[in-house]
Write a protein that binds this ligand. Structure first.
Ligand code: NAP
Length: 284
């Protein structure tokens, strides 16, 4: 799987398996990302709201890996939304990462002046400051609205996707629009006892694999971009080796039955969630 890329709607290639750094403590992030790069990950997913872009940047620099072999994603937070704010937020992130361009820049949440943000991101794309632009946490109505009324179609929608919230119908809609689905929380952060789930455990046993590998392979077989997080090197290796697995149709059918059709984390259409997320600001 390490060599496997997907082609985004503007021709840019992206590794289907990357590494996420949400909730990695800032003081550990440099070491964790250096480990991930040594293990073989080349795609890194961070965000202004993770407060660890600078440590990700230090790890990239320390790795000595040529820039064109890496695929770096970060995200614009709500408090920087808008025509001008988005450029300020972008430049702040780029500076923290110590880079001269990004590979993928995402609107982190579908709130605030997302239209202004998107106009600026279209310009950043045209200026070559990022190779692709996309969104995150956009439910179908917001996504179709954005696509209908703007020039550039998002390359990616990064959304909660795991065995308990599978998003199969939404993936079809996204595909019809040319938007690639990227999973956040591929393991549901361990909720619902994912790592000891009987169905997943049985499939893992049959393939002499781990539950984590089964879940990642199941997503990749669906064409979903994945960015699992772990602070532990042995798990980074385990997750990176998910390629050596091929799930059967029966495995896929058994996993399909685990879908609850609902988020285990947050409903972005809930007014309280909108208020809560909109109340968080990012500054220097
Ligand atoms: P996740 O990848 O589903 O789960 C991470 C959890 O699983 C950690 O507790 C980790 O523990 C554990 N873990 C990892 N590999 C394991 C393995 N092989 N066996 C057992 N446990 C394992 O959750 P996530 O970090 O929320 O999602 C992944 C990435 O998606 C994030 O890092 C972030 O980049 C992105 N994300 C984006 C959004 C968004 O709004 N756009 C939201 C959430 C996440 P250890 O670290 O202790 O190993």
């Amino acid at each position: 799987m390490d060599a496997q890329n997907v082609t985004l709607n503007n021709g840019v290639e992206m590794p289907i398996l990357g590494f996420g750094v949400y909730q990695v403590p800032p003081e550990d992030t440099q070491r964790v990302v250096e480990d991930a790069l040594e293990v073989g990950y080349r795609s890194l997913d961070t965000a202004a709201a993770y407060f660890n872009e600078d440590a990700v940047g230090r790890a990239i620099k320390a790795s000595g890996i040529p820039r064109d072999e890496l695929f770096i994603t970060t995200k614009l937070w709500i408090s920087d939304a808008g025509d001008e704010g988005a450029r300020v937020g972008f430049e702040r992130s780029l500076g923290k990462l110590g880079l001269d361009h990004l590979d993928l820049y995402l609107i982190h949440q579908p709130f605030g002046d997302t239209y202004g943000s998107w106009r600026t991101m279209e310009k950043l794309l045209a200026e070559g400051l990022t190779r692709a632009i996309g969104v995150s946490n956009f439910y179908p109505d917001r996504l179709v609205d954005l696509v209908e009324h703007n020039e550039v179609v998002p390359a990616i929608n990064q959304i909660e996707t795991h065995p308990f919230f599978q998003r199969a119908d939404y993936q079809e809609l996204l595909a019809s629009l040319g938007v690639r689905i990227e999973s956040w929380g591929p393991f549901a952060e361990g909720r619902n006892n994912l790592f000891t789930d009987p169905v997943l455990s049985e499939i893992a046993r049959a393939h002499d694999a781990t539950v984590g590998q089964v879940v990642l392979r199941w997503l990749v077989q669906r064409g979903v971009v994945v960015i699992p997080k772990s602070v532990r090197r042995e798990r980074m290796e385990e997750n990176f080796a998910a390629a050596d697995l091929e799930l059967t149709d029966a495995d896929v059918a058994a996993i399909a039955a685990l879908d609850t059709g609902a988020s285990l984390f947050i409903d972005h259409t809930d007014p309280e969630a909108v208020r809560m997320l909109s109340g968080m600001a990012i500054t220097d």
